[in-house]
Every structure is written in C-alpha cells, then in structure tokens.
Design a protein around this ligand. Structure first.
Ligand code: NAD
Ligand code: IPM
Ligand code: MN
Length: 355
C-alpha cells in the first residue's frame, strides 16, 4: 500500500476553509483506494508574521523539504503588504524547490454556466503552462533619487536560457503527452525590447525540436481577447511568469468562476517536493463565512495524486467533482447556489468510488 508524507499549509483567509474539504476528499480516497497520507500541519500565515515578524521560521524551507508533496491554501491578507507575505512564504517555496512549472488547467465543468455564450463542457478545455521561478517576478532593481523630482524605480526581469528553454520544452512534451499536440505562446515582443523577442526566438528553437506539434505565437493582448472570443482554439498555452499568472485567472473567469481552478507548482525532475494549490487567493471579501468554493483546493489535491502516481484516484476525484456539479443540487454562491463550503466538500467526498 502506498503512503505519502504531505505538508499541509492552509495559509490565510479562505485557505483555512477550503483545506479541510480537500482533506475530507483525501480521507474518502484513503477509504476507497487504501492510499495512506501522513500529514504534517503548518499554520504559517499572516498571523505568524504579526506574531513573529516572519511568514515562516528561518528553517521553514528545510522543514518542508522531506515531504512527498506540499498542499497549500492561499497566502496573503490585509494588514501585511502582499509583497512581504508572498515573498516570505509562497514565492520562496516555489524557488527553493525549483518548481519551475506552474501547470493550470482551464476547463468548463458540467453544470456551470459560463459568462461567454453558447459554450458547453469540451469547448473550453486547455492548460496554461506558466514559467514559475524567474521572468518578471524578480527582486532585482530598486529605487533611486527617493523623494526628489528624479525619483525612479527600476524593476529587472530575468529570462535565462536554462529557465526559458526548460519551460518551453515542458510545454511541448506535455502537449505530446496529453495527446493535444498544439502549443500557443503569448509574448509582447512588439513593446518589450529584449526579453520577449528572446522568448520568441527560444520558442521557435524548441518548436523545431518538435516538428509534429502545431504552434501559434500570439501577442499577449490579442491572446487575452481570444481567451474570451474563441477559447476552443487552445490546447496548451505557454507564457512567462507574469503573463501566465494573468492568463490563469482569465481562463477560469471565462469558465464561470475562479473558485474551481487548481494548480501544480511542479519540479518535474522530482528533486524536491511539488506544491499543489488553488489558483485563487485568500478572498478576504468572503473569508470567515463558510461560502468559498472548495473545488479549486480539491482539484489541486487531485493534481497532487496524479503527480504522486495515483492516477486512478486522481481521475476519480475529478469525476466526482464533475458528477456533483453536473447534478446541480449542491453549488456554492459563486456558482449561483446557496451551499456552504462544507456541503460541497461532503457531496464530492461522498461521490468518491461511486462510478
Ligand atoms: P482572490 O483570488 O483572493 O479573490 C478574488 C475574487 O474571487 C474575490 O471576489 C473572491 O471572493 C473570489 N474568490 C476567490 N476564491 C474563491 C472561491 N474559492 N470561492 C468563491 N469565490 C472566490 O484574489 P485577490 O482578492 O486579488 O487577493 C486576495 C489576497 O490573496 C491577496 O493577499 C493576494 O496577494 C492573495 N493571493 C494569494 C494567492 C496564492 O496564495 N496563490 C493567489 C492569489 C492571490
Ligand atoms: C498565483 C498568485 C501569486 C502569483 C501571487 C499571490 C504572488 O497570484 O498563484 O497565481 O502571482 O504567482
Ligand atoms: Mn495569480
């Protein structure tokens, strides 16, 4: 029987409300498939920062290192500046564990009415492959001439050959692996002089290694418009850290709610644990009310199962999500219903093994 050590970090806001539902579904997976999970719980959050001046202890990364995976809720809450909380916990985890792939499915689920007209499940079903450790997310730069009329802030983006090639290669290999050999790249090479033409150049070079994969290279602005106007055209979309971040909220927005979207922050070489977390944040506007949609967290747990090699269990969790949403009786407010976070979590857990 397989057994996994999982680090559980609910984080802030609704992270603490949706995490118990993912664990409830994993309990059902344990009962059905015999897979054992041993959890170590870490309550690192903005509360920790207020108490200790740090988001996690100085040896926090080392304490996570020996786990098979990390399951994370959301980080960031009013009262602590976002760049402080995120650079104090989530972003170091991604970087220290070289989780250079951020894999984010965009899928219209059954029973959900999208804001775009005449779309059915199957019409919107693609993956965003986001570069996750460099690019525009950088601490290089700084402020000069503070308080003077010449005050200026420089922010440097970093695109290494190693970092660019490996995310592009991952996107092409992933497209082949899932049987959708078509990759779209989004850049802004008309306005950004150095980094984006470089990404385009490397995209063409890696594409040449995969002649059987169809390619599109779009400017990011029209790519955003196409996400809304013709989402059917996409299979795998690869983009830099910032553009991938924006696309991976836009995609779920087009499918009706950000509340269902999952992600994997993956170290493909498996030298370090990967982190699975919803795409959404801590949602301070609804936190504490028990109404957050737990599907983003539950689907993230399914992506974790898939990464751990538990493909049958992973597929069953996704099927359970689709089955409960398709039946339509249990929906949280973001989906137009009145169910609570726990109602939806329980309904999905009860569906595990029912196929
Ligand atoms: P957000 O994703 O937290 O919320 C945006 C909107 O979506 C809100 O109206 C919220 O109520 C709604 N929403 C989000 N998740 C939902 C769910 N599961 N069910 C129903 N509705 C949901 O984004 P934000 O408001 O820009 O950020 C809030 C905080 O979260 C900030 O501190 C931000 O930095 C942080 N954040 C963290 C992560 C992360 O940890 N990966 C991701 C995004 C934002
Ligand atoms: C996400 C979030 C983070 C990101 C923030 C909170 C730093 O928006 O996981 O998408 O931009 O990566
Ligand atoms: Mn984001």
């Amino acid at each position: 029987m397989s057994s996994y050590e999982i680090a559980v970090l609910p984080g802030d806001g609704i992270g603490t409300e949706v995490m118990p539902e993912a664990l409830r579904v994993l309990d059902a997976v344990r009962a059905e498939y015999g897979t054992e999970f041993r959890y170590r719980h870490f309550d690192w959050s903005c509360e920790t920062y207020r108490e200790t001046g740090r988001m996690m202890p100085a040896d926090g990364i080392d304490r996570l290192r020996d786990h098979d995976s990390i399951l994370l809720g959301a980080v960031g809450y009013p009262g602590v500046p976002d760049h402080v909380s995120l650079w104090g916990l989530l972003l170091p985890i991604r970087r220290e564990f070289d989780q250079y792939v951020n894999l984010r499915p965009v899928r219209l689920l059954p029973g959900v009415t999208p804001p775009v007209r005449d779309k059915a499940p199957g019409d919107i079903d693609f993956w965003v492959v986001r570069e996750n450790t460099e690019g525009e997310y950088s601490r290089l730069g700084g402020r000069q001439g503070e308080g003077t009329p010449a005050e200026m802030v420089l922010q440097t983006a970093v695109f290494t050959r190693h970092g660019t090639d490996r995310i592009l290669r991952y996107a092409f290999e992933f497209a082949e692996r899932i049987g959708k050999p078509h990759v779209t790249s989004g850049t802004k090479s008309n306005g950004i002089y150095h980094s984006m033409p470089y990404w385009d150049e490397r995209f063409r070079a890696i594409a040449a290694e995969h002649p059987q994969v169809a390619v599109d290279q779009d400017h990011i602005d029209i790519l955003c418009a196409r996400f809304v106007m013709s989402p059917e055209r996409f299979d795998v979309v690869v983009a830099s850290n910032l553009f991938g971040d924006i696309l991976s909220d836009l995609g779920p927005g087009v499918t009706g709610t950000i509340g269902v979207a999952p992600s994997g922050n993956i170290n493909p070489e498996r030298r370090f644990p990967s982190t699975f977390e919803p795409v959404h944040g801590s949602a301070p506007d609804i936190a504490g009310r028990g109404v957050a949609n737990p599907i983003g967290q539950i689907w993230s747990a399914a992506m974790m199962l898939d990464h751990l090699g538990e493909q049958d269990a992973a597929a069953d969790v996704v099927r359970a999500i689709e089955s409960v949403l398709g039946a339509g009786a249990v929906r949280t407010p973001d989906l137009g219903g009145t169910a609570s976070t726990a109602d939806l979590g329980k309904a999905i857990a009860a569906e595990i093994g029912a196929a």
